[in-house]
Write a protein of this length. Structure first.
Length: 324
Protein backbone atom coordinates (compact mmCIF):
# COMPACT_ATOMS: atom_id res chain seq x y z
CA UNK A 1 0.00 0.00 0.00
CA UNK A 2 2.84 2.38 0.87
CA UNK A 3 4.50 1.61 -2.46
CA UNK A 4 1.27 2.43 -4.32
CA UNK A 5 0.92 5.74 -2.49
CA UNK A 6 4.56 6.56 -3.19
CA UNK A 7 4.11 5.87 -6.90
CA UNK A 8 0.89 7.90 -6.96
CA UNK A 9 2.75 10.86 -5.43
CA UNK A 10 5.54 10.48 -8.01
CA UNK A 11 3.02 10.21 -10.87
CA UNK A 12 1.06 13.28 -9.79
CA UNK A 13 4.20 15.34 -9.23
CA UNK A 14 5.35 14.74 -12.80
CA UNK A 15 1.82 15.27 -14.15
CA UNK A 16 1.41 18.60 -12.32
CA UNK A 17 4.80 19.81 -13.52
CA UNK A 18 3.55 19.15 -17.05
CA UNK A 19 0.39 21.06 -16.13
CA UNK A 20 2.52 24.14 -15.40
CA UNK A 21 4.05 23.84 -18.88
CA UNK A 22 0.59 23.35 -20.41
CA UNK A 23 -0.61 26.55 -18.72
CA UNK A 24 2.22 28.38 -20.45
CA UNK A 25 1.10 27.00 -23.81
CA UNK A 26 -2.48 27.94 -22.96
CA UNK A 27 -1.44 31.59 -22.67
CA UNK A 28 0.17 31.48 -26.08
CA UNK A 29 -2.23 29.30 -28.04
CA UNK A 30 -5.43 29.04 -26.02
CA UNK A 31 -5.70 32.75 -25.25
CA UNK A 32 -3.75 34.44 -28.06
CA UNK A 33 -3.65 31.96 -30.94
CA UNK A 34 0.17 31.79 -31.19
CA UNK A 35 1.20 28.45 -32.68
CA UNK A 36 4.35 27.54 -30.73
CA UNK A 37 5.92 24.16 -31.48
CA UNK A 38 9.17 24.99 -29.72
CA UNK A 39 7.97 24.12 -26.23
CA UNK A 40 10.87 21.76 -25.57
CA UNK A 41 13.33 24.61 -26.12
CA UNK A 42 11.78 26.89 -23.49
CA UNK A 43 11.42 24.03 -21.01
CA UNK A 44 15.08 23.13 -21.56
CA UNK A 45 16.25 26.71 -21.05
CA UNK A 46 14.44 26.88 -17.72
CA UNK A 47 15.76 23.52 -16.58
CA UNK A 48 19.39 24.28 -17.46
CA UNK A 49 19.27 27.82 -16.06
CA UNK A 50 18.06 26.61 -12.69
CA UNK A 51 20.40 23.61 -12.64
CA UNK A 52 23.50 25.67 -13.46
CA UNK A 53 22.74 28.19 -10.73
CA UNK A 54 21.80 25.76 -7.95
CA UNK A 55 24.02 22.72 -8.54
CA UNK A 56 27.23 22.40 -6.49
CA UNK A 57 30.57 23.50 -7.92
CA UNK A 58 32.33 21.11 -10.29
CA UNK A 59 35.88 21.42 -11.53
CA UNK A 60 35.15 20.34 -15.10
CA UNK A 61 32.38 22.78 -15.98
CA UNK A 62 31.16 26.37 -15.72
CA UNK A 63 28.53 27.18 -13.15
CA UNK A 64 27.75 25.33 -9.97
CA UNK A 65 26.94 28.38 -7.86
CA UNK A 66 24.96 26.37 -5.25
CA UNK A 67 22.28 29.05 -4.98
CA UNK A 68 18.95 28.36 -3.22
CA UNK A 69 16.32 26.48 -5.24
CA UNK A 70 13.80 29.39 -5.29
CA UNK A 71 16.49 31.59 -6.87
CA UNK A 72 16.98 28.94 -9.55
CA UNK A 73 13.25 28.79 -10.24
CA UNK A 74 13.02 32.57 -10.56
CA UNK A 75 16.02 32.53 -12.92
CA UNK A 76 14.40 29.74 -14.95
CA UNK A 77 11.27 31.85 -15.46
CA UNK A 78 13.32 34.94 -16.32
CA UNK A 79 15.69 33.14 -18.72
CA UNK A 80 12.87 31.41 -20.63
CA UNK A 81 10.82 34.62 -20.72
CA UNK A 82 13.77 36.61 -22.09
CA UNK A 83 14.44 33.93 -24.70
CA UNK A 84 10.75 34.03 -25.67
CA UNK A 85 10.86 37.81 -25.83
CA UNK A 86 13.91 37.78 -28.10
CA UNK A 87 12.48 35.08 -30.37
CA UNK A 88 9.09 36.76 -30.40
CA UNK A 89 10.57 40.13 -31.30
CA UNK A 90 12.00 38.49 -34.43
CA UNK A 91 9.09 36.22 -35.37
CA UNK A 92 5.86 37.35 -33.72
CA UNK A 93 4.55 38.98 -36.90
CA UNK A 94 4.70 35.67 -38.74
CA UNK A 95 1.50 33.77 -39.40
CA UNK A 96 0.75 30.41 -37.80
CA UNK A 97 2.66 28.07 -40.09
CA UNK A 98 5.77 30.26 -40.36
CA UNK A 99 5.77 30.91 -36.61
CA UNK A 100 5.57 27.16 -36.05
CA UNK A 101 8.62 26.59 -38.26
CA UNK A 102 10.58 29.33 -36.48
CA UNK A 103 9.80 28.04 -32.99
CA UNK A 104 10.56 24.46 -33.98
CA UNK A 105 13.94 25.56 -35.30
CA UNK A 106 14.57 27.41 -32.04
CA UNK A 107 13.84 24.27 -30.01
CA UNK A 108 16.21 22.20 -32.14
CA UNK A 109 18.90 24.88 -31.70
CA UNK A 110 18.50 24.80 -27.91
CA UNK A 111 18.73 21.00 -27.83
CA UNK A 112 21.86 21.00 -30.01
CA UNK A 113 23.43 23.75 -27.89
CA UNK A 114 22.81 21.70 -24.76
CA UNK A 115 24.37 18.71 -26.49
CA UNK A 116 27.53 20.51 -27.61
CA UNK A 117 28.24 23.11 -24.90
CA UNK A 118 29.74 20.48 -22.63
CA UNK A 119 31.64 22.87 -20.30
CA UNK A 120 28.34 24.58 -19.43
CA UNK A 121 25.62 21.96 -19.86
CA UNK A 122 27.54 18.71 -19.41
CA UNK A 123 26.91 17.84 -23.06
CA UNK A 124 25.55 14.35 -23.70
CA UNK A 125 26.39 13.35 -20.13
CA UNK A 126 23.91 15.88 -18.75
CA UNK A 127 23.91 17.69 -15.41
CA UNK A 128 23.61 15.75 -12.19
CA UNK A 129 23.57 16.56 -8.49
CA UNK A 130 20.78 19.08 -9.01
CA UNK A 131 19.48 19.86 -5.50
CA UNK A 132 16.10 18.29 -4.77
CA UNK A 133 13.55 19.86 -2.43
CA UNK A 134 13.13 17.91 0.82
CA UNK A 135 16.26 15.88 0.04
CA UNK A 136 16.49 15.07 3.76
CA UNK A 137 13.43 12.83 3.37
CA UNK A 138 14.85 10.90 0.39
CA UNK A 139 15.29 7.79 2.53
CA UNK A 140 11.50 7.65 2.95
CA UNK A 141 10.02 7.58 -0.58
CA UNK A 142 6.45 8.21 0.59
CA UNK A 143 7.24 11.29 2.69
CA UNK A 144 9.64 12.58 0.04
CA UNK A 145 7.05 12.09 -2.72
CA UNK A 146 4.21 13.69 -0.76
CA UNK A 147 6.30 16.73 0.19
CA UNK A 148 7.37 17.29 -3.40
CA UNK A 149 3.81 16.78 -4.60
CA UNK A 150 2.58 19.42 -2.18
CA UNK A 151 5.28 21.85 -3.34
CA UNK A 152 4.61 21.35 -7.05
CA UNK A 153 0.86 21.60 -6.42
CA UNK A 154 1.46 24.89 -4.58
CA UNK A 155 3.47 26.31 -7.48
CA UNK A 156 0.83 25.12 -9.95
CA UNK A 157 -1.91 26.68 -7.83
CA UNK A 158 -0.11 30.02 -7.78
CA UNK A 159 0.44 29.97 -11.55
CA UNK A 160 -3.17 28.95 -12.14
CA UNK A 161 -4.47 31.72 -9.84
CA UNK A 162 -2.38 34.39 -11.54
CA UNK A 163 -3.38 33.23 -14.99
CA UNK A 164 -7.06 33.15 -14.07
CA UNK A 165 -6.82 36.75 -12.87
CA UNK A 166 -4.97 37.81 -16.01
CA UNK A 167 -7.43 36.06 -18.33
CA UNK A 168 -10.35 37.86 -16.68
CA UNK A 169 -8.60 41.23 -16.77
CA UNK A 170 -8.80 43.76 -19.63
CA UNK A 171 -5.40 42.46 -20.75
CA UNK A 172 -6.81 38.94 -21.11
CA UNK A 173 -9.85 40.18 -23.00
CA UNK A 174 -7.58 41.95 -25.49
CA UNK A 175 -5.68 38.68 -26.04
CA UNK A 176 -8.94 36.94 -26.92
CA UNK A 177 -9.88 39.78 -29.24
CA UNK A 178 -6.53 39.42 -30.99
CA UNK A 179 -7.06 35.67 -31.26
CA UNK A 180 -10.56 35.95 -32.71
CA UNK A 181 -10.05 38.90 -35.09
CA UNK A 182 -6.65 40.55 -35.18
CA UNK A 183 -7.67 43.21 -37.70
CA UNK A 184 -10.71 44.23 -35.65
CA UNK A 185 -8.56 44.56 -32.52
CA UNK A 186 -6.08 46.71 -34.43
CA UNK A 187 -8.91 48.86 -35.78
CA UNK A 188 -10.00 49.53 -32.18
CA UNK A 189 -6.58 50.95 -31.44
CA UNK A 190 -5.04 47.94 -29.65
CA UNK A 191 -1.27 47.43 -30.13
CA UNK A 192 -1.68 43.89 -31.38
CA UNK A 193 2.01 43.10 -31.79
CA UNK A 194 2.79 44.26 -28.25
CA UNK A 195 0.06 42.10 -26.73
CA UNK A 196 1.13 39.07 -28.75
CA UNK A 197 4.72 39.57 -27.65
CA UNK A 198 3.70 39.89 -23.99
CA UNK A 199 1.67 36.68 -24.14
CA UNK A 200 4.51 34.85 -25.88
CA UNK A 201 7.04 35.95 -23.24
CA UNK A 202 4.81 35.10 -20.28
CA UNK A 203 3.93 31.71 -21.71
CA UNK A 204 7.58 30.92 -22.38
CA UNK A 205 8.54 31.94 -18.85
CA UNK A 206 5.92 29.61 -17.37
CA UNK A 207 7.26 26.77 -19.53
CA UNK A 208 10.75 27.46 -18.20
CA UNK A 209 9.44 27.33 -14.64
CA UNK A 210 7.84 23.96 -15.38
CA UNK A 211 11.15 22.69 -16.73
CA UNK A 212 12.91 23.79 -13.53
CA UNK A 213 10.33 22.00 -11.39
CA UNK A 214 10.96 18.75 -13.26
CA UNK A 215 14.75 19.15 -13.14
CA UNK A 216 14.83 19.61 -9.36
CA UNK A 217 12.39 16.81 -8.70
CA UNK A 218 14.33 14.28 -10.79
CA UNK A 219 17.80 15.64 -9.93
CA UNK A 220 19.29 15.07 -13.39
CA UNK A 221 18.80 16.53 -16.87
CA UNK A 222 20.24 15.71 -20.29
CA UNK A 223 19.68 17.00 -23.85
CA UNK A 224 17.56 13.99 -24.81
CA UNK A 225 14.96 15.14 -22.28
CA UNK A 226 14.09 18.05 -24.59
CA UNK A 227 13.38 16.39 -27.89
CA UNK A 228 10.27 17.20 -30.02
CA UNK A 229 8.40 14.40 -28.21
CA UNK A 230 8.05 16.76 -25.24
CA UNK A 231 6.37 19.35 -27.44
CA UNK A 232 3.99 16.68 -28.77
CA UNK A 233 3.08 15.60 -25.23
CA UNK A 234 2.28 19.12 -24.03
CA UNK A 235 0.22 19.96 -27.11
CA UNK A 236 -1.75 16.76 -26.63
CA UNK A 237 -2.37 17.64 -22.99
CA UNK A 238 -3.78 21.06 -23.89
CA UNK A 239 -5.91 19.80 -26.78
CA UNK A 240 -7.35 16.94 -24.71
CA UNK A 241 -8.05 19.20 -21.74
CA UNK A 242 -9.44 22.08 -23.77
CA UNK A 243 -7.53 25.00 -25.27
CA UNK A 244 -8.40 28.34 -23.69
CA UNK A 245 -9.42 26.75 -20.37
CA UNK A 246 -6.84 26.74 -17.56
CA UNK A 247 -8.62 23.96 -15.70
CA UNK A 248 -8.67 21.94 -18.91
CA UNK A 249 -4.90 22.35 -19.26
CA UNK A 250 -4.40 20.91 -15.77
CA UNK A 251 -6.83 18.01 -16.16
CA UNK A 252 -5.57 17.22 -19.66
CA UNK A 253 -2.02 16.99 -18.33
CA UNK A 254 -3.01 14.43 -15.71
CA UNK A 255 -5.07 12.40 -18.19
CA UNK A 256 -2.45 12.31 -20.95
CA UNK A 257 0.41 11.59 -18.55
CA UNK A 258 -1.69 8.75 -17.16
CA UNK A 259 -2.18 7.35 -20.68
CA UNK A 260 1.54 7.76 -21.39
CA UNK A 261 2.54 5.94 -18.19
CA UNK A 262 -0.06 3.19 -18.68
CA UNK A 263 1.04 2.59 -22.28
CA UNK A 264 4.66 2.32 -21.11
CA UNK A 265 3.62 -0.29 -18.54
CA UNK A 266 1.61 -2.26 -21.11
CA UNK A 267 4.44 -2.26 -23.63
CA UNK A 268 6.88 -3.40 -20.94
CA UNK A 269 4.57 -6.25 -19.98
CA UNK A 270 3.62 -7.37 -23.50
CA UNK A 271 6.92 -7.04 -25.39
CA UNK A 272 10.06 -9.02 -24.70
CA UNK A 273 13.05 -7.00 -23.40
CA UNK A 274 14.98 -7.31 -26.67
CA UNK A 275 12.30 -5.44 -28.63
CA UNK A 276 11.12 -2.91 -26.06
CA UNK A 277 13.29 -0.09 -27.44
CA UNK A 278 11.59 -0.34 -30.84
CA UNK A 279 8.18 -0.94 -29.31
CA UNK A 280 8.48 2.29 -27.32
CA UNK A 281 7.34 4.14 -30.46
CA UNK A 282 3.92 2.57 -29.86
CA UNK A 283 3.46 5.06 -27.00
CA UNK A 284 3.19 7.89 -29.49
CA UNK A 285 0.82 5.81 -31.61
CA UNK A 286 -1.45 5.11 -28.63
CA UNK A 287 -1.46 8.76 -27.58
CA UNK A 288 -2.21 9.75 -31.17
CA UNK A 289 -5.17 7.37 -31.27
CA UNK A 290 -6.45 8.74 -27.96
CA UNK A 291 -6.10 12.28 -29.32
CA UNK A 292 -8.10 11.38 -32.43
CA UNK A 293 -10.86 9.89 -30.28
CA UNK A 294 -11.01 13.01 -28.13
CA UNK A 295 -11.19 15.25 -31.19
CA UNK A 296 -14.02 13.16 -32.62
CA UNK A 297 -16.03 12.82 -29.41
CA UNK A 298 -15.24 16.19 -27.83
CA UNK A 299 -13.76 18.57 -30.41
CA UNK A 300 -13.34 21.34 -27.83
CA UNK A 301 -11.60 19.05 -25.33
CA UNK A 302 -12.78 17.79 -21.96
CA UNK A 303 -13.36 21.35 -20.76
CA UNK A 304 -14.45 23.76 -23.46
CA UNK A 305 -13.55 27.41 -23.06
CA UNK A 306 -16.39 29.45 -21.59
CA UNK A 307 -16.92 32.87 -23.13
CA UNK A 308 -19.19 35.41 -21.52
CA UNK A 309 -20.70 37.98 -23.82
CA UNK A 310 -21.35 41.13 -21.79
CA UNK A 311 -24.19 43.12 -23.23
CA UNK A 312 -26.71 45.61 -21.95
CA UNK A 313 -29.77 44.04 -20.43
CA UNK A 314 -32.48 43.89 -22.96
CA UNK A 315 -35.98 42.72 -22.21
CA UNK A 316 -34.82 41.67 -18.73
CA UNK A 317 -32.22 39.16 -20.03
CA UNK A 318 -28.90 38.65 -18.22
CA UNK A 319 -25.56 38.11 -19.93
CA UNK A 320 -25.54 34.68 -21.55
CA UNK A 321 -22.59 32.25 -21.34
CA UNK A 322 -21.34 30.53 -24.47
CA UNK A 323 -18.71 27.97 -25.28
CA UNK A 324 -15.94 28.56 -27.72
Amino acid sequence: MIEILGYAAFFLTIALSYAVIALGLNVQWGQTGLFNVGIAGFVGIGAYASAILTAPDAADRIGGFALPIPVGWAAAFAAAALASLALGWLTIRLRADYLAIATFGFAVTVQLAALNLEPLTGGPFGLGFIPRPFAGFAADPLVFGLCNLALVALVLGLVWFVMERLVRSPWGRVLKAVREDEEAARALGKPVTRFRLQAFAIGGGIMGLGGALQAHFIGFIAPENYLPTLTFQVWTMLVVGGAGNNLGAVVGSVVVWGLWSASSFLIGAAVDPGNQARAAALQIVLIGVALCLILVLRPKGLFAEVLTHHRAKRDGEDAQPATR
